[in-house]
Design a binder for this molecule. Sequence first.
Ligand SMILES: Cc1cc2nc3c(=O)[nH]c(=O)nc-3n(C[C@H](O)[C@H](O)[C@H](O)COP(=O)(O)OP(=O)(O)OC[C@H]3O[C@@H](n4cnc5c(N)ncnc54)[C@H](O)[C@@H]3O)c2cc1C
Length: 91
Amino acid sequence: MKYVVVGTSHFGFEVVETILKGDKDAEIHLYERGATASYMSCGSQSYLEGISKDLDEMHLANEKSYRNQGISIHCNSDVIGLNGDKKNYPC
Ligand SMILES: Cc1cc2nc3c(=O)[nH]c(=O)nc-3n(C[C@H](O)[C@H](O)[C@H](O)COP(=O)(O)OP(=O)(O)OC[C@H]3O[C@@H](n4cnc5c(N)ncnc54)[C@H](O)[C@@H]3O)c2cc1C
């Protein structure tokens, strides 16, 4: 089945992992308006407190790891609507 997931943070990441567990042949298109995937906003606090030294550590996944799972990841893509009838999603 073909899936469209909007957003790569906690919710989007979990949705993708859940789909893959249930449907090994899933065709997943993952959209993120930001420049990078799966930034954990909750990790910002540990960065500001100096516990984590690099904001790049604050990612659940990245474009490469998604691609390695067979997912079509699209960063810098702001989804402005989902058209269920025509089965398309303008960015
Ligand atoms: C400092 C801090 C500490 C926190 N600590 C905790 C904690 O201890 N425990 C806890 O449970 N929660 C905590 N939270 C809250 C937690 O981070 C959020 O609940 C969680 O990020 C929500 O995840 P989400 O995927 O639903 O939404 P978001 O994190 O808001 O992610 C939405 C994603 O979708 C993308 N997006 C949105 N609209 C579009 C669009 N139209 N097209 C394409 N992409 C789009 C965004 O760019 C973003 O990447 C904390 C938050 C902060 C800021």
